[in-house]
Design a protein around this ligand. Structure first.
Ligand SMILES: Nc1ncnc2c1ncn2[C@@H]1O[C@H](COP(=O)(O)OP(=O)(O)OP(=O)(O)O)[C@@H](O)[C@H]1O
Ligand SMILES: [Mg+2]
Length: 352
């Protein structure tokens, strides 16, 4: 088990596990662990909220316990469930013994009363199927508890979370109250699909995880896809940043940028003669964007028009496919694949 004395130390440890956090974020995460307060992370999809919990478990030497939230999540999935099969087996094993005892009561009502007064130990910890919340509280070794996408559950579920987070205890009517055996580091994530209750927010440190700066995103791509050259990584990141400024239905997330960088790197590695005339830009857009409308919008904005006349260069066989072989400091450089670039290939029928 590892603890960290400051944000910078935690930041370094996270980086060694390929998680790149900026100074402020690392400091907030460190504070949450030092103060043993739950940390609520909000922000768009794919910016590293869930991954933070995984990385934190890795650097802290703790087990990751994950509660994936969804509509309809209830106590039996979040907290505990009685293990009916085990209880039944237990009773069957006791059957002969119980039969002997019941022999003393020829009257059914007496026998029934006798049974009701017995404690067969069926409602004890041994017969509990422990679910993530209870698991995190009962674990003798401290864990990282990830309550992922908490905004997907109903508010009623928040009351349960609150009891666990605030009191660090769980009450099971048949058994009693279990107090935490260890203190979990708790990370909650939300995509902001609904407003979380003020009571939940009050008990958590809160941090909005946004898109990273250019340098940090480049660092993330290099950490996650070391096979990609730094030039290619830089240009793909630049492309993604340009796209994020457009009014898209779904902006490219970090994970999509990593995919795009890998794709660009694979295409660079293909021998020129075995490359068909393809549009590098279109291929990258297919990894970065998820809606046809967004792809059209981007092409329109960046080409000026979706249907562009065919430049003569379009039909000239091109050099090796590369995003890095173009001037790095222009966004459109990323789009130029081979043979005169996107417009050429688009007009030559290679458009998706
Ligand atoms: N700061 C980061 N350092 C390293 N990798 C990152 C970072 N942020 C994102 N990633 C990469 O992006 C991927 C997606 O991140 P993650 O699943 O944590 O996103 P999320 O914010 O939980 O998204 P969603 O809201 O859709 O669940 C990760 O698997 C990781 O490869
Ligand atoms: Mg997530």
């Amino acid at each position: 088990m590892t603890t960290f004395s400051n944000g910078a130390e935690l930041q370094d440890a996270l980086r060694r596990h390929d998680y790149i956090a900026d100074d402020e974020f690392a400091t907030v995460v460190h504070l949450a662990t030092a103060l043993e307060r739950p940390l609520l992370l909000e922000g768009p999809a794919g910016v590293g909220k869930t991954e933070l919990a995984k990385a934190l478990a890795a650097v802290g030497g703790r087990r990751l316990v994950r509660l994936q939230c969804y509509e309809g999540l209830d106590d039996s999935r979040a907290l505990y469930e009685w293990d009916y099969a085990k209880q039944l087996l237990h009773v069957q094993m006791l059957r002969d013994r119980i039969g002997e005892l019941l022999g003393q009561y020829p009257d059914v009502a007496d026998a029934s009363r006798f049974l009701a007064e017995q404690d067969f130990g069926l409602y004890s910890e041994a017969f509990l199927s422990v679910r993530p919340l209870l698991d995190a509280v009962l674990s003798p070794e401290p864990v990282v508890l990830l309550v992922d996408e908490v905004d997907r559950t109903e508010e009623s579920m928040e009351a349960l979370l609150l009891e666990v987070l605030a009191e660090r205890q769980v009450t099971i009517p048949e058994v009693g109250t279990f107090t935490a055996r260890s203190m979990p580091w708790v990370i909650l994530t939300s995509n902001d699909t609904r407003e979380l209750s003020p009571a939940l927010k009050r008990r958590c440190l809160h941090y909005h995880v946004g898109y990273p700066t250019l340098e940090r995103e480049r660092e993330i791509v290099t950490a996650r896809a070391p096979e990609v050259s730094s030039g290619t990584a830089g240009q793909v990141v630049e492309l993604a940043r340009t796209l994020r400024d457009l009014p898209l239905r779904k902006s490219p997330s970090i994970s999509e940028v990593i995919d795009a960088a890998r794709a660009a790197s694979v295409m660079e590695g293909v021998a020129p003669e075995s490359n068909p005339v393809i549009d590098m830009r279109d291929v990258l857009l297919s990894t970065l964007l998820k809606y046809t409308g967004d792809v059209d919008l981007v092409k329109n904005r960046l080409d000026g028009s979706a249907s562009v006349p065919v430049p003569a260069a379009a039909t000239v066989p091109a050099e090796r496919v590369t995003v890095a072989s173009n001037p790095a400091n222009t966004t459109t450089a990323v789009f130029r694949g081979r043979g005169g670039g996107g417009r050429a290939a688009a007009a030559s029928g290679a458009r998706r």
